[in-house]
Ligand binder design. Structure first.
Ligand SMILES: NC(=O)c1ccc[n+]([C@@H]2O[C@H](COP(=O)([O-])OP(=O)(O)OC[C@H]3O[C@@H](n4cnc5c(N)ncnc54)[C@H](O)[C@@H]3O)[C@@H](O)[C@H]2O)c1
Length: 390
């Protein structure tokens, strides 16, 4: 038997996304027929004891307490960045400069300018790069893309997308990194909005202009940090200012003439992860809801008298990625979106092509984020920058 190619991964950070990515590397060769195996070579974190506990639990072979040492190691091929947003650019650029492939969490950067520098660095180094917009890789979302590309919906007129959560509505929830602009770069817009912007670009096309508004409902919170499962821990009697939005709403025009409405919020009671979209075209519509991610609701103008939204359970072997898992009707979940994106990443590295979404998508998504912020500031419509290089 031909020996399998090994891609040795070094991951920076190890909490929420660290778990999701670690699991994906471990399970990918279990489900997919592949000649490429990710090796969980090393993880980096700042606290030696905590990073060792994480490594033992998630199956990583070694640890580093400084990401710089991780990227310099000769036994690492791919750097995976699952740290807060203010660290992405520095780590990604340094990793590319020493010839490592880079897989980076979203949003790519703190600003459009920074995102462009990251794209330049990976292009210059000629390494493979990918941004982790995992929701593209739910089979139902891939199937939606297929239907749109086949023209089954005809010309697209509308997308309305939301990503709604409610986990920090308690005014005593601490001031975690996600609420500090200097670490996160933005609030719900960059965190949740980035995903629905990416889905819209994937399914509908490029944005042309946007107009938005934002609000910070709770302006001050006790100082603290994140623990597991989007929970926080208060660490001080002091309170600090929330410097990002709690909710962001914007409308958009697409280059192909479609109109979009977008809403991201952490103040939508009862919505735990309300990542949903509806797309309307001249011949049909589709709806998806990540809390029910195997299903795609489809309306097609095809059978008079029987028209109506039907629910397609995207677990048949005809549906993208579904055949890798279980018999029809046997559902998959959130973690499988990461396994599917990792399958693309491994294929890309092994065969030497850049899988999508890549840093160019990261730059284009960042351009939309920046245009929305500008629009909020100036209370006006703002054109989305088309330049992917300065
Ligand atoms: N794709 C998705 O669906 C999704 C979901 C959640 C978060 N994210 C993104 O993933 C990234 C991480 O988010 P998270 O929820 O896992 O955060 P988290 O707070 O759960 O974990 C962050 C990790 O980074 C480490 N860290 C923090 N600062 C560091 C530094 N300066 N150097 C080295 N390590 C450092 C922490 O110790 C921790 O292990 C963010 O960019 C976030 O936007 C993506």
């Amino acid at each position: 038997m031909k020996p399998k190619k090994q891609i040795r991964v070094g991951m920076v950070g190890y909490r929420l996304m660290g778990r999701a990515h670690s699991h994906a590397y471990r399970d990918f060769p279990f489900y997919f027929d592949t000649d490429t195996i990710p090796v969980l070579q090393a993880i980096a974190g700042r606290n030696e004891k905590a990073v060792q506990i994480a490594a033992d639990k998630m199956g990583w072979a070694s640890v580093e307490t400084d990401w710089r040492r991780l990227i310099e190691r000769d036994d690492i091929d791919l750097i995976d960045i699952v740290t807060p947003n203010d660290t992405h650019a520095e780590i990604a650029i340094a990793a590319a400069e020493v010839g490592k492939h880079v897989f980076c969490e979203k949003p790519l950067a703190m600003s459009l300018e920074q995102a462009k520098r990251m794209l330049e660095a990976v292009n210059k180094a000629g390494v493979i790069h990918m941004i982790c917009h995992n929701y593209r890789f739910a089979p139902a979302v891939q199937f939606a893309k297929q239907l749109i590309e086949e023209g089954r919906l005809g010309k697209i007129y509308h997308i309305r997308a939301t990503f709604l959560q409610d986990w920090l509505m308690d005014p005593h929830f601490p001031l975690i990194w996600r609420l500090r602009k200097e670490v996160s770069g933005g609030g719900t817009l960059g965190d949740l909005g980035a995903h629905i912007i990416d889905l819209a670009r994937f399914l509908v096309g490029e944005f042309s202009e946007v107009a938005g508004m934002m609000e910070t409902f709770i302006k001050k919170r006790p100082i603290g940090s994140m623990t597991d499962h989007l929970k926080g821990r208060i660490e001080s009697d002091e309170w600090g200012e929330v410097t990002v939005d709690d909710a962001a709403v914007f409308i958009a025009r697409f280059k192909n003439g479609a109109l979009g409405t977008f809403e991201s919020s952490r103040f939508s009671k009862g919505n735990r992860a309300g990542n949903r979209f509806e797309i309307n075209g001249e011949k049909g519509s589709i709806r998806w809801d990540m809390e029910n991610l195997n299903n795609l609701q489809v309306y097609l103008d095809d059978e008079p008298g029987l028209q109506g939204f039907r629910t397609i359970h995207c677990t048949e072997e005809e549906h993208p990625y579904a055949a890798a898992y279980w018999p029809a009707g046997h559902i998959i979940g959130y973690e499988h979106t990461f396994i599917n994106i990792v399958s693309e990443l491994m294929n890309g590295i092994s065969k030497g092509y850049n899988p999508k979404p890549d840093f160019e998508d990261g730059v284009r998504n960042q351009a939309v984020l920046e245009a929305v912020e500008e629009s909020v500031k100036t209370r006006s419509w703002v054109k989305v920058s088309e330049a992917i290089h300065d």
